[in-house]
Design a protein around this ligand. Sequence first.
Ligand SMILES: Nc1ncnc2c1ncn2[C@@H]1O[C@H](COP(=O)(O)OP(=O)(O)OP(=O)(O)O)[C@@H](O)[C@H]1O
Ligand SMILES: [Mg+2]
Length: 399
Amino acid sequence: MSPSSEQVMGVLTKVEEPELRRSLTDLGMIRDVEVRRRKVSVTVALPAADSASRVEISTRVRAAVAGLGGVKDVAVNFVVMNPQEAEALTRTAATPGGPRRSASIPVSAGAPAAGNSQPGATAPRSPLGHEQGRANPFGTNSRTRVIGISSGKGGVGKSTVTVNLAVALAQAGHDVALLDADVYGFSVPGMLGITEEPTVSDLKMTPPEAHGVRCMSMGFFLEDEQPVVWRGPMLHKALEQFLVDVDWGDPEFLLVDMPPGTGDVALSMAQYLPTSEMYVVTTPQPAARKVAQRSAYMAKKLKLPMRGVIENMSWWRSPGGEREYIFGQGGGTQLAEELGVTLLGQIPLDTAVREGGDSGAPITVTASDSEASHAFANLAKAVAGKGRTRVFHPELTVR
Ligand SMILES: Nc1ncnc2c1ncn2[C@@H]1O[C@H](COP(=O)(O)OP(=O)(O)OP(=O)(O)O)[C@@H](O)[C@H]1O
Ligand SMILES: [Mg+2]
């Protein structure tokens, strides 16, 4: 005798979503159960069509339902949640019992339903969702120069440099976008003074713009002061959407405030942005060796070319007009030598630079004639002047 749909629902309460570790029924992911002449059909709603959990969910549902007596065949169908449903899912997942915190981002708004999926029949997961015909706007044929800004250690002014370099490039007439990929320490929207959120239309998110720079950041999708505890696939998915589902408008430059280290996020970035050029921000302390090792290691691991060094906090101008080398001297030059690249710019330490970051009015906008703004303008010229040739440095070794 075939089971009732209530019995099928009963076993589904024990099937966990592999990533969120909550039952599919708890998460509201079961859309429909149909039983017809010992054939059971279960429809599962996914937050995105190419959800990494799809195959595993299908396997688990089939195994659980097949365990009921009297079942001859199990079909698992998938549909895609609308953004509101996806948001509700992440909210449920974040309640006690689920992961401590997950962000809600508009997930594949309007993406077509995934259709019937038998295990093994699922299309291989493409890193950029090609199975839905969504193309990576920053693939190898793109005109965009992707400028990854990294640092060998925290707090050296990576985000400050990224934001002001972006504004300086825009002021020089370039079409500029900025991706805040520092998902755990996002600070770019605040530094650019962006308060509005991206607008979401049927299929795309449109990034807000400030001072001529279009910007996308995880910060737009999180409540203030919430610690971000992303789980791998969700993060991967979010980064993918930041690139594929955002209407970037074919910019000339995409600056990327890189995540620290060479973890999953950085690897995803490198995979999604295969033409990235890497630039390292450092301070003048002559402790470059360690930073050089880390940077070289990163470039090698991510398989991206290292193209230049930017020294920040190089000197402070005393009221008498003298340069004072508060953090020492020579760190940038030394690091550039170690990496076999050029020192592209030196940015002075200036209270107005910090204030600009804190208030969301970058110094390059508020005091374009200041020494720091000139330094950023020269840096922009140097970066633009380098051209887009990919330069690999075989001498870059990991020690
Ligand atoms: N040239 C500068 N002059 C004065 N203050 C600066 C300068 N560069 C950065 N700062 C200040 O130093 C602090 C750290 O800068 P920022 O947040 O840009 O660093 P970061 O490398 O991105 O840090 P994290 O590793 O935490 O992401 C900020 O308060 C910023 O305003
Ligand atoms: Mg930062």
